[in-house]
Design a protein around this ligand. Structure first.
Ligand SMILES: [Zn+2]
Length: 247
C-alpha cells in the first residue's frame, strides 16, 4: 500500500510534503514523481530550510495513517508545493517566497476560531446518531448558506492596492454581518451559541476600516485583515461538515 510523508510545524501551520512510499518496502524509501526524494536537490534544500526554521517548534512527521493528527490540520495551514494552490512552490520556498512574512505572521483570530470549531465538533458529535443529528433543518439550511457565502480568502502573496484593500475590508464586514444575521434566525440553541461565539471572536475585525489598518500600497494584505479573513474562511469551511450534503 502506498502512503505519504509530510513534515508539519504545528506552531507555524506549515506543511512540507517529502514523498510517497510503499509501506511494505524494506528498507523504506521516499519518492517524488521525479524519482527518489533523497536524489532531489530542491527538496533537500527545502528540508534543511524547514528544519532550520522550526527548531524548538512543534514539528511532527505524519503519514496518512496519522488520522488523529491530520484532524488538527485545517485550511489555514500552508502546504508547500500544493498541487491545487501552488503557493508557495518548492522553488519559491527555498528562496524568499512572496508573502512569506504575512503567511508566517501570528493569527490570533484563526487560533480562537480553531479552538471554537474543535469544541463544537466534539459537542455536536457527542450525541446519538450521526454528528449533525443534533442540528435542526433550519440549522442545516443556514450552515449550507454560510458555507456557500463565506469563501476562502485570497492568497497571502497577492499584492493589495488601496482599491483592493477597500473591497476586502467591505467583504470582511459583510461576512461578519452575515454571521450576526444568521444568529437571529430560529435556530437551535447550540447553533445560535456557536454563531454568537464566532461573532464575538470576529467583532474587533468588524471595526477594521481603511484608517484602522497599516498598509503600504502594493504590499500584501495587512496581517489583521489576513487573520480575520482566514478565520471567517475557517467558519465557512466548518459549515461544509455541518450540512447534509457535506461531511
Ligand atoms: Zn515553526
Amino acid at each position: 500500500m502506498s502512503d505519504s510523508a509530510d513534515l508539519i510545524c504545528f506552531s507555524c501551520r506549515i506543511v512540507l510534503p517529502i514523498g510517497m512510499f510503499w509501506n511494505v518496502a524494506e528498507p523504506r524509501e521516499l519518492f517524488l514523481r521525479s524519482g527518489p526524494s533523497s536524489d532531489d536537490p530542491l527538496l533537500g534544500k527545502a528540508l534543511w530550510r524547514f528544519l532550520a526554521e522550526h527548531v524548538y517548534h512543534q514539528v511532527e512527521l505524519l503519514g496518512e495513517g496519522s488520522e488523529h493528527r491530520w484532524e488538527s490540520v485545517d485550511a489555514d495551514f500552508i502546504t508547500i508545493d500544493d498541487e491545487e494552490v501552488q503557493d508557495p512552490t518548492l522553488e519559491q520556498y527555498v528562496d524568499e517566497w512572496p508573502g512569506r512574512t504575512l503567511a508566517m505572521s501570528p493569527r490570533p483570530l484563526c487560533e480562537a476560531t480553531r479552538l471554537l470549531i474543535r469544541s463544537a465538533e466534539q459537542s455536536w458529535a457527542s450525541g446519538p446518531g450521526t454528528p449533525w443529528d443534533c442540528l435542526t433543518s433550519e440549522d442545516h439550511t443556514t450552515a449550507a448558506e454560510l458555507n456557500d457565502r463565506l469563501v476562502w480568502p485570497e492568497s497571502f502573496s497577492t499584492p493589495v492596492d488601496a482599491q483592493a484593500l477597500t473591497v476586502r475590508l467591505f467583504r470582511l464586514g459583510a461576512g461578519i454581518e452575515l454571521l450576526a444575521a444568521a444568529a437571529d434566525r430560529p435556530l437551535s440553541a447550540s447553533m445560535k451559541s456557536f454563531l454568537a461565539e464566532c461573532r464575538s471572536i470576529l467583532l474587533p475585525a468588524g471595526r477594521l476600516g481603511p484608517d484602522g489598518v497599516i498598509h503600504r500600497e502594493g504590499s500584501t494584505a495587512p496581517p489583521s485583515l489576513f487573520d480575520a479573513e482566514r478565520a471567517l474562511g475557517l467558519i465557512g469551511g466548518f459549515f461544509w461538515w455541518a450540512h447534509p450534503s457535506g461531511g
